[in-house]
Write a new protein. Structure first.
Length: 497
């Protein structure tokens, strides 16, 4: 700690010295003419004509020998060597160079040349401080082992990486790549949907009632209106109102908030996309899902396969489609398709699985699926025929009163998206939400509430509609081969230190 305090004190002394010299250590503007990749791309021509350029970036290496100094300057496109000679920049400007530290942002004006050792460099004629750093940046070292570059003394403490993401991005370049891929994924997702005639919209984050999912909300208060408000848990009910209002194809990419557990695939604040299309159904949503994700993979990686968690995942169409009870039978030999509650409870008892005796057969079947099937779904799989009991917003399956037209799709043992043939019968919707409200009265804090305005909207009529929701963060995990959601969220929610 004493050594750190000394380092901090020295940097502040240098800062004071710059100000004594009449130099602003934090000017508001840079006169950069080229980024470093432009110098690299035009090296031969720039050297031949001794091209004078002005580059700017962070100083990542520096050494001085008397009246000569060298350094490495980095921007977001690469790095280049600097050559600073006192006779060239002048005595006062060389003093500025001597007051620089690793991590400082600087601007260098000079000509492009190649040193006697063959290093492409900028020979400085002027050095300008752009931002004086007050803390030393941790140094990640490299060495050559068996002809390969190896990093050591890395900034690798997981908790520290997430809490100080700015240092993580500076010191671990591969982390930056995750978020570049994330940005490209969102761009490709929008491009695909826009090309299919969908309209991107925005709906409220603060809502007087929450709905569209089974989850516990975050609660806040609107001071002017003196009413409680909830951070949305899903965008579904507002997007369906837009279908009622005459839009036929809409989507929203946005934040949702669920006041519940945290683990490798759950963060209380997460990004999702919801898509609604009139005059289609569950089958149309399956086609849209596999077409969109397949298209994204080919655009980003040029292929239909991804490496994830030791598995080669094929996104080639068509994906497997199977009913929930069929998959349970494949894994256990137990047939629950008749929804016989007593028989299902007996299976739980015989296998020493705890269960809620107040739960209906649909909820218990879903629990069996979670235990026996979900972890084994490695390749993309659409799981269909969900119990109505756990799907209050989906249209019932004709001829099967206990089922709804719903799918979730799974990859590598995790759920990535959820879709329905949307329920557009206002009376049926009211009955189901009231049943959910009854569950809330019995202590189920994640059950849906009755949204009277949404039900009234349905009473004005909603056409047959397919709806789809996909967790963006999990999809980015898949595309970047990361097993923790915190690796793909720039600033994940953390427990206080």
């Amino acid at each position: 700690m004493e050594n750190m305090n000394q380092l901090l004190a020295v940097r502040r002394q240098k800062l004071a010295k710059l100000r004594e010299m009449g130099i602003d250590p934090y000017p508001g503007k840079s006169e950069r003419t080229h980024k470093i990749n432009q110098l690299r791309e035009n090296q031969e021509a720039f050297v031949a004509e001794s091209k004078v350029v002005t580059v700017a970036g962070r100083l990542i290496a520096m050494r001085r020998q008397g009246k000569v100094g060298f350094g490495n300057l980095a921007d977001d496109t690469g790095k280049i060597q600097l050559f600073v000679k006192k006779d060239k920049v002048g005595e006062d400007n060389y003093e500025v160079f001597k007051l620089l530290d690793l991590g400082d942002f600087v601007q260098i004006t000079g000509e492009c040349f190649v040193t006697q050792k063959g290093e492409y460099s900028v020979r400085a004629s002027n050095v300008k401080i752009l931002s004086k750093t007050l803390r030393p940046i941790p140094v990640v070292k490299e060495r050559i082992v068996d002809g390969k570059k190896e990093r050591f003394d890395e900034f690798s403490d997981i908790e520290l990486r997430y809490r100080k993401r700015y240092l993580d991005l500076l010191l671990n370049p591969e982390i930056k790549k995750n978020f570049e891929i994330r940005a490209v994924m969102l761009r490709e997702m929008r491009r695909y949907l826009d090309s299919e005639g969908f309209l991107e919209v925005e709906t409220p984050i603060l809502q007087p009632l929450y709905g569209g999912a089974n989850a516990r909300p975050f609660i806040t208060h609107h001071n002017t209106l003196d009413i409680p408000l909830y951070l949305r848990i899903a965008t579904e009910l507002y997007l369906k109102r837009l279908i009622v209002g005459g839009f036929e194809k809409v989507y929203e990419i946005g934040k949702n908030f669920r006041n519940e557990g945290m683990d490798k695939t759950h963060n209380p604040e997460f990004t999702a996309i919801e898509i609604y299309q009139a005059y289609t159904d569950l089958s149309g949503m399956m086609d849209l899902t596999e077409n969109m994700i397949n298209s994204m993979a080919k655009k980003i990686f040029g292929k239909e396969t991804l490496e994830f968690d030791g598995h080669e995942i094929s996104l080639a169409k068509p994906w497997k489609r199977a009913s929930m009870t069929q998959l349970i039978k494949e894994q256990t030999g137990f047939d629950a398709s008749d929804f016989d509650l007593e028989k299902i409870q007996d299976f739980f008892k015989k296998n020493n699985i705890e269960f809620d005796e107040n739960a209906g057969p649909g909820k218990l079947i879903t629990e069996l699926f979670d235990i026996y099937v979900e972890p084994k779904l490695i390749q993309p799989t659409f799981v269909i025929d969900y119990p109505k009991e756990v799907s209050p917003l989906a249209k019932g399956k004709p001829g099967h009163p206990e089922l709804v037209e719903r799918f979730e799709f799974f990859i590598n043992g995790a759920e990535y998206g959820n879709a329905f043939t949307e329920l557009n019968d206002a009376l049926d919707q009211r009955a189901r939400l009231e049943a959910q409200a009854a569950l809330r009265e019995m202590g189920d804090v994640e059950a849906n509430v009755v949204d009277e305005d949404f039900i009234e909207a349905l009473e004005y009529g909603m056409p047959p509609t397919g709806g789809l929701g996909i967790g963006i963060d999990r999809l980015v995990m898949l595309f970047t081969n990361n097993r923790s959601i915190k690796e793909v969220i720039l600033f994940p929610t953390m427990k206080p230190e």
